[in-house]
Design a protein around this ligand. Structure first.
Ligand code: HEM
Length: 404
């Protein structure tokens, strides 16, 4: 008999370890209706990939949600939607194609490679400040700061403004990535969007008069045959790069450390063979990656594994479940830093494939490589690892660690 399976991302046990439930869903209910979030939950690798690639699914998932809200709430959210509507992730061709082309030029491989020396300096600086042999929170002292500093430096934004920007970004996340029923979340998201957009509007105005070689200056100069990016597009892009670029990478760094603590022999292997860092980072991305799911809206009625998906239904394609699908990966629940092939879906698939993937990989290699080469051992600090309560993202919120 099929067990009764319920996916509720607010459940504490699921937040800590969602993988046993993902496996049960793959086996018994691969297209699962979650009453808790009134959405379909898709867990098998091939289906998750299809959700990302198929034209039967739309990435314009915010507009229907917005339109279904009460008038007073729509009023609050209009100031958030003004910018989120311009985000690449929510756009479809031909608008997506135009914006993405311009952004590919700004985020070229060459630009990313040129950041390597600065990233290494930042890593050395962060590790240099850590207390040896004393417990500290890896998330607060390293994982959150490194990607934030990299993005801020890359945009030419003062590092001193980080705490303020992070608070706005956390408020915005309440609307986009959370599973928490926070009564005030729409008002907080609005205030986050208002403050962040005002900040970037003024920064962009200053930068127009004094172009440099940072990402904002490059976005200001990006052109296609229809001209450059509009002011709202520029602001939205700054918000997206900041939002998409810091939390995800921070979560990757944290989850990778948790995985190394869980598998000391894999950690030792990486110490003995530092040349494995590239494949180790791919395995950390697969084993417990930061993009728990991607969201879509059904565009065309269709059936999947006997379930009727109706236009307008919300779908969460669970990347972290797909990345451990035994139909795709051998011994999927085991961390193997030499795994090959390793075609995880952590950066998405198709049109919306992550713009920042080369940057995230570069940061992870620098940070985790220096962690195993610069310290002779690591062990868990006192207290538990806590996990963020998000449906779309996954990662530790605090991670006590001791390094020597
Ligand atoms: C480990 C770190 C990261 C992970 C796991 C990640 C994951 C993803 C995923 C899954 C998508 C596709 C979303 C969808 O299809 O709905 C995406 C898109 C995107 N990511 Fe990342 N990301 C990471 C780091 C970054 C960084 C560092 C940046 C910026 C510097 C960035 C910028 C973007 C942008 C702009 C998009 C939208 C692309 C489009 O729609 O064309 N990401 N990311």
């Amino acid at each position: 008999m099929t067990p009764l399976l319920v996916y509720d991302p607010t459940d504490e046990a699921i937040r800590k370890n969602p993988f046993p439930l993902y496996e049960a869903l793959q086996e018994h209910d691969p297209v699962h209706w979650s009453p808790a979030i009134r959405s379909w939950i898709i867990t098998r690798y091939d289906d998750v990939r299809q959700v990302a690639l198929s034209p039967t699914m739309s990435s314009d998932r915010l507009r229907p949600f917005y339109e279904a809200q009460r008038d007073d709430r729509r009023e609050i959210l209009s100031g958030v939607m003004r910018y989120l509507n311009e985000w690449l992730v929510f756009k479809a061709p031909p608008e997506h194609t135009r914006l993405r082309k311009m952004m590919n030029g700004v985020f070229s491989m060459q630009m990313v490679q040129s950041l390597a020396p600065q990233i290494r300096r930042t890593v050395d600086d962060l590790y240099g400040r850590l207390p040896r042999g004393q417990p500290f929170d890896f998330m607060q002292e390293v994982a959150v700061l490194l990607p934030a500093y990299v993005i801020l430096d890359m945009m030419g934004v003062p590092r001193a403004d980080f705490r303020m920007i992070k608070e706005w970004s956390d408020n915005l996340r309440l609307f986009i990535g959370t599973s928490r029923a926070d009564e005030d979340k729409y008002r907080k998201a609005r205030s986050g969007a208002d403050q962040m957009s005002a900040y970037f509007r003024s920064l962009i105005a200053q930068r127009r008069g004094r172009l440099s070689d940072d990402v904002i200056s490059n976005m200001l100069q990006a052109q296609d045959d229809r001209g450059g990016l509009s002011e709202d597009e520029l602001i939205a892009m700054c918000m997206l790069v900041l939002f998409g670029g810091h939390e995800t990478t921070a979560n990757l760094l944290g989850s990778a450390v948790v995985a190394m603590l869980e598998y000391p022999e894999q950690q030792q292997l990486l110490r003995d063979k530092p040349e494995l860092i590239d494949s180790a980072v791919e395995e950390f991305l697969r084993y417990d990656g930061p993009s728990n799911s991607i969201a879509r809206v059904v565009a065309v009625d269709h059936e999947l594994h006997g379930k009727a998906l109706r236009a307008g239904d919300r779908v969460f394609a669970m990347i972290n479940a797909a990345n451990r699908d035994p139909r795709r990966f051998e011994r999927p629940h085991v961390l193997n830093i030499e795994r090959s092939p390793n075609r995880h879906l952590t950066f998405g698939q198709g049109l919306h494939f992550c713009l920042g993937a080369p940057l995230a990989r570069l940061e992870a290699k620098a940070c985790l490589g220096a962690l195993v080469s610069g310290f002779s051992w690591m062990r868990p600090g006192p207290g538990e690892v806590h996990w963020i309560d998000a449906l779309v993202m996954r990662g530790p919120s605090s991670l006590p660690l001791v390094l020597q």
